[in-house]
Design a protein around this ligand. Sequence first.
Ligand SMILES: Cc1cc2nc3c(=O)[nH]c(=O)nc-3n(C[C@H](O)[C@H](O)[C@H](O)COP(=O)(O)O)c2cc1C
Length: 177
Amino acid sequence: MTDFLELAKQRQSCRSYDAFRAVEKEKLDSILAAAQLSPSACNGQPYHITVCEGDAAAEVAKATMGMGMNRFAADAPLLLVLSEEPYVKSAAVGAKLKGNDYRSLDIGILSAYITAEAESQGLGSCILGWFDSDKICALCGLQGSVRLVITVGYAKEGDKQRPKKRKSMTELVTYIK
Ligand SMILES: Cc1cc2nc3c(=O)[nH]c(=O)nc-3n(C[C@H](O)[C@H](O)[C@H](O)COP(=O)(O)O)c2cc1C
């Protein structure tokens, strides 16, 4: 079993997929099981996941491209569309009273769970925030806005691990007593 820090070091946004290697159903099921366990404000899970494979994946991939962005999505065998669902009552009240966008936070955490589990299954993934929400809603028959799309698949052979570029700890963290 890989510890989480190792997993976090290994995971990277995969932008080169093996289009000829399908994702096994058990691996997809594990990713979705992790997604189901993701925490959310008031446990409301104000989101839906649409699993796109085959032609649907190809069409959704097209809707994530434009201005040179996300061309690699065309090779991903699997695209997960994360769309909004309404809040449960308590989260709606909390979001309003506290002026906090819990739904965006919940969907961010969901995407972290999905990509971490993909990594632990030996799969590549990339979170996409650049897409045409209306087009994807129409393709997937969704009412709620699309917030993120995640490409999933096996990385192409030879796809290299990149060094991580991150803020320094001093920039990132402040300790107070
Ligand atoms: C909300 C969000 C939106 C993103 N959108 C895109 C995108 O549209 N296309 C892309 O190639 N990468 C996208 N990324 C990936 C980031 O560029 C990437 O996570 C960041 O550069 C850190 O690199 P790493 O994931 O390889 O560690 C997105 C990531 C997040 C969290």
